[in-house]
Design a protein around this ligand. Sequence first.
Ligand code: AMP
Length: 578
Amino acid sequence: MGEIIVGIDLGTTNSEVAVVREGRVEMIPVSAEGPILPSVVGIGPAGELLVGAEAKNQAILYPERTVRSIKRRMGESGKVSLGGTDYSPQEISAMILARLKQVAESHLGQPVGKAVITVPAFFSDAQRQATREAGEIAGLEVVRILNEPTAAALAYEKRVEYARKVIVYDLGGGTFDVSVANIENGVVEILSSHGNNHLGGDDFDRRIQQRLESRVREGWGVDLSENRVALARLQRASEEVKRLLSDRPFGTVSEEFLFEKDGLPVHLTLEISREEYEEMISDYIEETISCVRVALSNAGVAASEIDEILLVGGSTRTPLVSRRLEEEFGRQPRFEVHPDLCVAMGAAIQAARIAGVESGQVLVDVTPYTFGTSALAELEDGEISPFAFVPLIRKNTPIPVTKSEVFFTVVDNQDAAEVFIYQGENSDVRQNIEIGNFLLDGLANRPRGNEIVLLFSLDADGILQISAREKATGLERTLTIDRQVERFGQEELDRSRERVAALLGDETEFAASPDDRETVAADLRARAEALLPDLSGEDREDLSARIADLLAALEGGTEEEFDEASEALEDLLFYLES
Ligand code: AMP
């Protein structure tokens, strides 16, 4: 088997891993329940690391030993406490990624060292960097950071052969993204992206939870804000009733022994109608609709030109979402691709393209932000302001892209120039976000007007590099952006990797050792032997022959021969079992 690059959707609520094998996208199961791994990390009673459903299940009993929705914290410099130890958001995300890496390795029977990881199109540079670092800590080389809506469009693109303009409306647990894309002849071109990094299904849960808490305050005069266990239970109940309200007009929250009052247990029961719920979240939904309008206008596309609305993310199951989109576009949105899985599927398609497994699909992505610098400018009243924003790379420019612009020194014998880098859309830099600055010093003694060439390069991952060069002398400085968040140094990355690996135990250290081959063979053999008594004729002969091949390869074959034999048997088992 050749090099494998997996595609990973590292979601706020859930994460998935997928791979393309033999031209087909395969979702990799993480448990008997399927491919969805809750993005929850916890420390179990014996100090062991829990990732996924086990961590989610203990969240109620041990909220202090459980972390969820870490994606919302990515790119921040603060730490989160997990079981009394502080971890960076990257480290927590790395625990999720490491688990996905593990399941992929045991499913594929070979080490997995590379991944394409998706992020919301609207993720900032610091958030993308943090995602890449999380991958590195988990022992994965992140070969591409891919925008989620682009990934979804890629998964969708597999199914269409004619030109279409589509909206990808992606509402997950913690983020909202909308993109306008052109899909034609195998090319996915993202025309614009817009969104809100802090809007999603978690916010809907919180609104319901607030309603429940105020019910407790009004009914029993009890403030639950210090009762972590009760709060965790309400959080879970809120999410459950929210899901229910997607299918039914009414839902009931019923929590027994939620808390004690005057030594007596209190049960909370509350019925919520879909109408009430929709009222609670309507401002959020309206905000997403405003973003859709902005994305359309940035793309220069009219609502009437849209052929299809693709719904991505678990929260698009909320009926109000489809209803509002239908009102807006006069057509029904479609769940063409599985809304929970299509991002991972698209990531796997892109990963396969990078690995050279599959070609023919071209992807054009755009930057959702404008990047530029500051310069002196004359205002209308003749005053000189140092706060004028000079954009070098404008938002919605296809990436990768490199742009340069020449600047001039303003005084004679100026020996240094300070360069500030901003991200934003305002003509006044003070309204934008400063993402870095550096000093180009040691300039030659020259009259003012000495030329400085500034070069901005934005790569396909949306990561920015800047260089400033004095034209006359070639003196140059390249910026490792002094981001809002300190970039991890290699040492710190190594330390994090050790911490995470120690928590995960030896399982991360995958090696195709003889022992593993024996385990693989034993598993396959057990499955085959369970089937054999039910088979007859050709099927039975085929299966027996492939078991024999496998055992022969195990005895004296090369690694390749073993892989080949185990795959052949696996394929046949898959066919016979289904
Ligand atoms: P994602 O980040 O795409 O995995 O989406 C997760 C979000 O979808 C969470 O906030 C879930 O509560 C929400 N979700 C999942 N199923 C439903 C449903 N049936 N109705 C409403 N929201 C849902």
